[in-house]
Ligand binder design. Sequence first.
Ligand SMILES: [Zn+2]
Ligand SMILES: [Zn+2]
Length: 370
Amino acid sequence: MAKVQDHYKTLGVDKKASQEDIKKAYRKLARQYHPDTNKEAGAEERFKAISEAYDVLGDPDKRKKYDRGGSVFPGGNPFGGGTAGGGSGGATAADFGSFSDILSGIFNSGGGRTRTKPVAERGKDLETTVTLSFEQATEGAQVPVSVATHAACTTCRGSGARPGTSPKVCPVCNGRGVEAQGQGVFSITRPCSRCNGSGTVIEDPCPTCGGEGRLREMKRYRVNIPAGVREGSRVRLAGKGEPGRNGGPPGDLYVITHVDPSRIFKRKGDNLEVEVPLTIPEAIRGATVEVPTLHGSKKLRVPAGTKHGTVQRLRGEGPRKLDGKGTADIHYRFVIDVPSSLNKEQEQAVEGLAEVMNGNPRAKLFAGRS
Ligand SMILES: [Zn+2]
Ligand SMILES: [Zn+2]
């Protein structure tokens, strides 16, 4: 059997944590212990444990089973479930009476159809995160990512049975994978409690994988991150998820991007925004100012009388759009730089200004009031 770990402890969450909290905790830890960035001893092991915990707790059904004390194999067993090994009854008692099982039993019972062949099942999708610099996100980059996945156990070649032995037809259901319950017309069937519906049992489990047939493995890829990704973008790698079971197709791998913020450029939808300070005279008289672009700088003409918060845009200077439809813009937002202290000379100049610009701009706030 696989090592027992307390998945809640691994993720550092409470047993009552919401799915959202679990996801958050997972993402945070996954980033922290990601072997691409964390080279400390034990980080990779920790990362695998975190991935394993999220495999279970991130899936509400598996979590429920886990909470009830049923055995939940992290990625599932090619032969269907947790009780394959010594026939320990973990899932047996736990699954009995589960509403969804009974329902599926009802739907499976019509016509006495039985499952003789294992159903091909698509592999699970996987998720991993990658941290990008702001430049990598805007320009696109090829980055290494690691992901904890499963691979067929090499000792038993995925059968789960000790080499030299093989899985046996389940003695409880005779390989049908279901058990009948009740009698007559209304008898319902449910997945076999001994083999969990797979129709086979492993009497002598493989010592390497404990009967699971697969092992945790770190896969490494170089991923082309397209230009224009943002914080939380999902890059899909088709077919790089968990392998399918019983001939099913593999799942996909999603790489979630974490983008380090830029000191200068802020994201505004597709576009970028830059705050450009102007001196008071520049705002009043107008000026030509140099502003940063992604690849250097450009000159902008600031008209006389530019107000605080005015925006000018440079079309097409922004990052490439993710949907491939051209490039976005950079918005330059002018802010008037008001000094908090003045030297003698400036003080005199402001005094002179106050004398000649002495209207009351607030008069209109009160005009026409009774
Ligand atoms: Zn069975
Ligand atoms: Zn094995």
